[in-house]
Write a protein that binds this ligand. Sequence first.
Ligand code: ADP
Length: 208
Amino acid sequence: MAGHFFALEGIDGSGKSTQLALLAQHLTQAGVDCLTTCEPTQGPIGQLLRQVLTGQVVCDSRVVAPLFAADRLDHLLRSGGGLCEAAAAGRTVLCDRYYFSSYAYQSVDLPLEWVIEINRPCAQLLRPTATLFIDVSPELALERISQNREKPELFETRERLTRTREQYLRAFDLERDRERVLIIPGDRDVEAVALDIWNSVSALLQGL
Ligand code: ADP
């Protein structure tokens, strides 16, 4: 039987990577075989994208969006470690960011419908069982980021994070007939958010 796939989403500093690790712990304790991963990947396109995000490489957003889609296709299909292969083998895949992050971040500069369109092949290959959106205020996210980074990444300004959060909500609305999205209030302590995520995921797994 194919395994499940949960994508964690949210603006930078929303607590995705913290919650991904906790969800993996909970699932593992419940006997579920998990693969945890993130985007951009460590592959060659992903490494280039990391340089774009830190400003080391300058690239037009019309190029960045297809690069993300290409990195995502590689992530899905690469042999030995690809997400499709893991899900087909019955593993439960947890990913820190998937195509909704492209919809949200890249549609600040580009038409949202186009960003969705170039990611359609990914959706056809592997659609999340659920996308878990950790919703934090941009102010709180920035506060957390500034405590953790010497230098924020390019998108980590209050204005960008505010626009990105709005685009996430627009994308969820646009895709509401195709995608299962759970919105998790994130302006709370780590344990409260983790419990909410765990309750949502276990309810889903029992109901499927
Ligand atoms: P993201 O992966 O979404 O960018 P992280 O999980 O890396 O976010 O969290 C960013 C920072 O905020 C980390 O230092 C983390 O320890 C802290 N953090 C995460 N969740 C919370 C929370 N609920 N309350 C307070 N601090 C948090």
